[in-house]
Design a protein around this ligand. Structure first.
Ligand code: GLU
Length: 286
C-alpha cells in the first residue's frame, strides 16, 4: 500500500500556524516515503463552511509549497456514501434516533459523581434517554446515535498502531472504556446528514489513507474511529498524533486566532521557510 497521508481542514475560518504544521508534517512524512499527500475539505457542517475559506485554504497551502492530486475530496459531495455507512450500522441494530436537546441531557445527567466521567471525546456522555427508540421512528428533528454497548459486542475490536510522540505504541480498544468514557456518540447530526466521526472513517478508507497525521487533540477520538472501522469492515490506518502549536501563553491555537493566521504572516512578508522554522520543521519541503 502506498504511504498516503492527508490534511483535512474544515473551511470555517483561516488556517493558522497549527494547520500549517499539520499539513507540512503530513506532506513531509509522505514525501520521505515516496508516498502521496492528499487534501480533503471537511465541509459537512454547511452552516459554518464558507467557499471563501476553502479558496483561502488552497492559496495558503500552495503558498506553503504544498501540492496534491486533483480532484480534491469534499465531504459535501459524499452524502450518499455516509448514508450507506449509516444504513450498514442500522441494519446491524446499532443505531437509534435521539430527539434530546442540551437541556434534556443536562437534566438527565444529574449531579456530577466522583470518579464518573461526564465528558468524552464526543462531548457530554449521553445518558441514554432515547435508547429504546427504533431507527424507523427517526424524524428530521432527530440525531442518530450509536448504541455503544451493542456496538462493542458486535465488533471484533481491533488494536491500532500509533506513532505520534507521547502516544506511540500498539493501542487496544477497551470495551468498558468505550461504554463508560465515550458512550452513545452521534453518527448523524441534525441537518448535517453525517458527523465528523462517521465521515472521517469512510473518507480515510475511500482515499486509501495509510497514515492519518493530525493533532494530538484528536487522539481520544481515535478509539471511536477504530471502532467504526471494525464495525464497517474498513481498514485501520496507522495514526500519528502530533504536538499542538501553542500561543505565547501556552494555549492551543483556535480558528479565531487571526493573529496566527497564515494569511497574516504572508501579508507581513514572512516566507514559507519562516513558517517552517516557527513551527519547528526542517527547511526542505521534500
Ligand atoms: N477536520 C478536522 C479539523 O479541522 C481534522 C480531522 C482529522 O484530521 O481527522 O480539525
Amino acid at each position: 500500500m502506498t504511504f498516503t497521508t492527508r490534511f483535512a481542514p474544515s473551511p470555517t475560518g483561516p488556517l493558522h500556524l497549527g494547520h500549517a504544521y499539520s499539513a507540512l508534517l503530513a506532506h513531509d512524512m509522505a514525501m520521505a516515503k515516496d508516498g502521496r499527500f492528499l487534501l480533503r475539505i471537511e465541509d459537512i457542517d454547511q452552516s459554518r463552511a464558507r467557499p471563501a475559506w476553502e479558496v483561502q485554504i488552497y492559496e495558503d497551502l500552495q503558498w506553503l509549497g504544498l501540492a496534491w492530486p486533483q480532484p480534491v475530496m469534499r465531504q459535501s459531495d459524499r452524502m450518499p456514501r455516509y448514508r450507506a455507512a449509516l444504513r450498514q450500522l442500522s441494519a446491524m441494530g446499532l443505531t437509534y434516533p435521539c430527539r434530546c436537546n442540551r437541556a434534556d441531557i443536562e437534566a438527565a445527567a444529574g449531579a456530577p459523581q466522583e470518579g464518573v466521567p461526564q465528558f468524552g471525546p464526543d462531548g457530554r456522555i449521553y445518558p441514554g434517554i432515547c435508547r429504546g427508540r427504533l431507527p424507523s421512528d427517526a424524524t428530521d428533528k432527530d440525531v442518530i446515535r450509536l448504541n455503544m454497548e451493542k456496538a462493542v459486542q458486535a465488533a471484533r475490536l481491533r488494536s491500532f498502531t500509533e506513532t505520534g510522540p507521547g502516544f506511540a505504541g500498539t493501542r487496544q480498544l477497551d470495551p468498558e472504556q468505550l461504554i463508560s468514557t465515550v458512550g452513545d456518540i452521534i453518527l448523524v447530526r441534525r441537518s448535517m446528514g453525517s458527523s465528523y466521526h462517521l465521515s472521517v472513517v469512510v473518507d480515510d478508507a475511500d482515499q486509501g489513507i495509510s497514515h492519518a497525521v493530525r493533532g494530538a487533540d484528536l487522539f481520544e477520538a481515535t478509539q471511536i474511529h477504530v471502532l467504526l472501522q471494525s464495525l464497517l469492515d474498513l481498514p485501520t490506518p496507522v495514526y500519528h498524533h502530533h504536538r499542538l502549536i501553542r500561543d505565547d501563553a501556552g494555549k492551543r491555537l483556535a480558528k479565531r486566532d487571526d493573529a496566527r493566521a497564515i494569511a497574516k504572516y504572508r501579508t507581513e512578508g514572512a516566507t514559507p521557510r519562516d513558517i517552517r522554522k516557527i513551527v519547528g520543521l526542517p527547511a526542505s519541503s521534500g
